[in-house]
Ligand binder design. Structure first.
Ligand SMILES: [Zn+2]
Length: 251
């Protein structure tokens, strides 16, 4: 028997009584499990098999079939998050991004606590724009695709304090070099600076000063587009939860 921390990322009925779930687990990565009598056994599953719930799970590995989920203990069901459509949409998007990044058999490592911290943060501040974007930038880093937001990818001059043009997949180019490359959207100097701070590369003092105030709507749109373009480049598709987020989140 294996005991692990997990978050539920997919859930479907297998029969009248049973369910098949996909879990992202801390130590075993992505795992598909069979939960026998999932719908009726409150003793073993305690109504804790909701999407996004943080569980302690007891798993029985199988060589040739789905692992069996023997029982769970709910660590955090993020009930408060579920009361806000905006927070739910953001949480579901974060879950789908993690599903794309995590592989079977590969431990989630730092991604698991990062995701759980985001869920807690979204409960406290469903409308804040910083937490999800900060999570996305950190996740891009863990995936090996961190956008470089400090220097021009062409001439290597410092671009902070200026506007700069998207340059995928590396990061940005300065406006001087922008004429030599394919035309892409531009980040204003404010949007670039905010992204740089969210990426955790700026000094703590300037970061706190800037994050104390909400970025303008125009800045938010620029940053959102930048992150979306990076994810699209690496994942090769727009995620369903991202489309849902557009419908639910104003800003
Ligand atoms: Zn340049």
């Amino acid at each position: 028997m294996v005991v692990d921390d997990a978050v539920v990322t997919l859930r479907r009925d297998f029969s009248e009584a049973d369910r098949v779930l996909e879990l992202l687990t801390f130590r075993h990565g992505k795992v598909s499990v069979f939960a026998a009598r999932a719908k009726s056994s409150r003793k073993r599953f305690g109504g804790g098999l909701e999407l996004g719930s943080w569980l302690k799970v007891w798993l029985r590995p199988k060589a040739s079939a789905l692992w069996r989920l023997e029982k769970v203990e709910l660590v955090d069901g993020f009930l408060q998050l579920r009361q806000s459509l905006e927070a739910t949409a953001k949480g579901m998007y974060a879950l789908e991004l993690c599903r794309e990044i995590c592989q079977e058999g590969e431990p989630m490592g730092a991604i698991f606590p990062l995701l759980m911290r985001l869920m807690k943060r979204l409960q406290q501040a469903p409308h804040a724009v910083g937490p999800l974007m900060k999570f996305e930038l950190t996740l891009l880093g863990y995936a090996g695709w961190p956008p470089q937001l400090h220097f021009c990818e062409r001439c290597k001059t410092d671009v902070l304090g200026q506007s700069a043009m998207f340059f995928l997949p590396e990061g940005v180019v300065c406006m001087g070099c922008s004429k030599q490359v394919e035309e892409r959207p531009v980040l204003s100097k404010e949007a670039l600076e905010t992204l740089h701070i969210l990426q955790g590369k700026a000094s703590k003092v300037s970061g706190e000063k800037l994050l104390g105030q909400r970025p303008s709507e125009a800045q938010i749109l620029e940053m959102r587009l930048f992150l979306d373009e990076f994810w699209f480049f690496h994942l090769g598709k727009k995620l369903k939860a991202r489309v849902f987020m557009d419908e639910m989140v104003a800003g």
